[in-house]
Ligand binder design. Structure first.
Ligand SMILES: [Zn+2]
Length: 133
């Protein structure tokens, strides 16, 4: 019997983000007061503590800030190894933990340009991954 991966549980701050992912959009927040982009989703701006935050669609491009190759995984991820877990810095300057997908994983390097892709990681679970650009 195939195991299922842990499913993201949207909460009050992240619900809009996951609704965007379901529609193929990568949404991040921007502070109305100081104009800084924000990720992960929050209630207050971490830069100026304003609670006036707006959702905007990110360009969906960025670069690999850091990464690791997972060769041994457990549970529902065991069959997926090896895979690349990365922190991607978006064009907007915020960083998100994600996976690098695609067939060119040997070419993954820090600083490599990447683009978001929306992957159905499990039944009914779509996640924003990235692939080399
Ligand atoms: Zn702010």
């Amino acid at each position: 019997m195939a195991e299922h991966i842990p499913v993201p549980v949207p909460d009050g701050d992240s619900r809009v983000f996951w609704e965007g992912v379901a529609q193929g959009k990568l949404l991040i927040q921007r502070c109305d007061a100081c104009q800084q982009f924000i990720f992960y989703p929050r209630f207050l701006c971490p830069h100026c503590f304003s609670d006036s935050l707006a959702w905007v669609e990110a360009q969906g491009t960025g670069t690999i800030y850091s990464y690791t190759v997972v060769h041994r995984a457990f549970g529902p991820f065991a069959d997926q190894a090896p895979y690349v877990v990365a922190i991607v810095e978006l064009a907007e300057g915020v960083r998100m933990m994600t996976r690098i997908t695609g067939s060119e994983q040997d070419a993954v390097r820090i600083g490599a340009p990447v683009r978001v892709v929306f992957v159905e990681a499990d039944e009914g679970v779509t996640l924003p991954y990235f692939q080399l650009n």
